[in-house]
Design a protein around this ligand. Sequence first.
Ligand code: GDP
Ligand code: MG
Length: 669
Amino acid sequence: MDMIALFGNPNTGKTSLFNKLTRTYAEVGNWSGVTVEKKTGILRDKSAVLVDLPGAYSLLPLSLDEGVATRYLLEEPPAALINIVDASQLQRNLYLTVQLLEYGRPLVLGLNMTDVADATGLRVNKELLADQLNVPIIPMVARTGSGSKQMLASLREVRHTSNAFQLDYGPAVEAAIKDICNLLPNTSVPQLRWAALQCLENNPVVMEWMTNEKQREQVTARIQRCEEELLREGYTIPPAQHIRSVRTAWIAELCSKAIDTSKLKPHSLTDKLDALLTHRYLGIPIFLLLMYATFKFTFDWAGTILSDMLDEFFSGTLSSWISELLVHLNASAFTQSLVVDGIVAGVGGVLVFLPQIAILFLIISVIEDSGYMARVTILMDRLMQAVGLNGKSFIPFIIGFGCNVPAIMAARTIEQPRERLITTLLVPFMSCSARLPVYALFAGVFFPSHAASIIMLMYVLGITVSLVLAKIFSKVSILSGEPSLFIVELPPYRVPQALTLFRSTWEKVKGFVRKAGTIILAGSVGIWLLSNFGPQGFGVEMDDSLLATIGGWFAPLLAPLGFGTWQAGASLLTGFMAKEVVVSTMNIIYHVPDMQGLELQVSHAFTPLASFSFMVFILLYVPCLATVAVIRKETLSWRWTAFSVIYPLAVAYIIAVLIYQCGRLLGWG
Ligand code: GDP
Ligand code: MG
């Protein structure tokens, strides 16, 4: 099947259109950096495969994810291109358009966000634009899907045409283009002229793509000569810059003719809101207040009620049904216990927290889609700069609140290898959804009237610890270097769209349920087996089980932290698989029929202070298995991977000891 590629600047609606044109779903967010890897889906009319690429302002890659676009054009030439441009930001968007037109494949320009442009009073002369760029232009609103039918139709039409777009870069550069075209091999690239221009722009991806060393030298030498010729023509800038200025001048000229700004309305509401929300001193307190309200709503009000209902269902109705069914089927005592005490207890114990997780993610989706999250990034940028990072690292951090695995992949948007590495090492301190069940359980038992504050404290602590560590890391010489550029881009505020919110929440809920059905299920079975198996064989007392023995090895080490029991040791060990498993383990080893029972047991095993220290330890101690795997994949280094497991252990240990011992001195425990 033919491939059609979707290109555009960040946050222009590529993924929204992708979701409309295909039956697949990909994450949409009102900020840049959401799509990191390319995604594919089949067009609704089944005529081609659509590829959603990460956003880029230009084909010249600034960061790893921007390189994806160029590499894609070189290695898998698509049959046609869709270029999404933001109608309200046309001038900046057209830069990439020019580079894509030079590529020479059929292209359809999706003029997106026409609703925004209309609302602000911006008028775009589509006919003139289509005529000058020599491509079809489809006005659209990707968010609602308006224009997507026309887009599909236009794609079918345009696929077999070719586009001939060419800018005149002046004699010196044109001569160089011609020569470089002859130096380049016969390749799959549709337009050698495009490849030559990319070489002249010093696009490292294109330079690396030439595997022939000699050829690369010849091309480099020719670029050098071009620079000298430019100098003779009176330009004191290198070819790359010359090409850039020719393009921007052409675009500016085009926009001055095609865009009518005379009816532009002042954007006062956004400006007023931004003055408040990104205020130097008020911004962060407002953000914290909002987060507090979120946690309050999630953990003290709506979520808890729903969770209790679900718990009643799992531990009451469902358990007794299953028990009856098993008796009816004449299942052995072994099977009965495995299913009820192992699987239902372990998996159900985690699933009861689903409502809280769903509500939290729904609210976070609202914050993202409204455009507020982008403002928070700016607020954080100031804080992050103080510790040697920048706002770009905050994007992976926020994603990390959902799950650390995609968060670490999102660190690819950071250009500086040093900052990328530091961000990768710090992301695991972001409190992911897997840790929520643990907090919800403990905060619910020990701090029932302050659950929201305690849980929020965990999130804030995670961020604080990473900021402090970032400061330390940036002082260490192998990790210090030039800071990378963070282009602050504020999307307009938008009323979040119900469907987007629903789907983005549903994706996360689905992930959580899938995990419950796989790793948590397997973990529960394993833990149940270990907790029933001992030196004397099967069916031993829990305290004599293998699990108790293994957990017991760690107990003395954990005593200074306030929870020196084999149960805590065993839970922490199994929690390495996935942090939810901590709760499963407790459900199984405290052998309780329902949450009230577990709460009672836990309240005997921990003091409030010890439970706080335990929560902090769970927050910080080690990344889960999946996170470790992705750290290895992204850093390509076993050494950094090992480091990423060991140093959080040390950090968690020190902080938990401090909390517990200081708390005791203060008479809290
Ligand atoms: P991408 O970064 O290019 O993949 O952009 P997304 O598809 O993630 O969309 C970015 C934001 O713009 C989201 O909040 C979308 O809901 C919103 N959006 C997308 N298309 C439109 C549109 O046509 N009009 C408006 N008002 N918002 C849009
Ligand atoms: Mg996207």
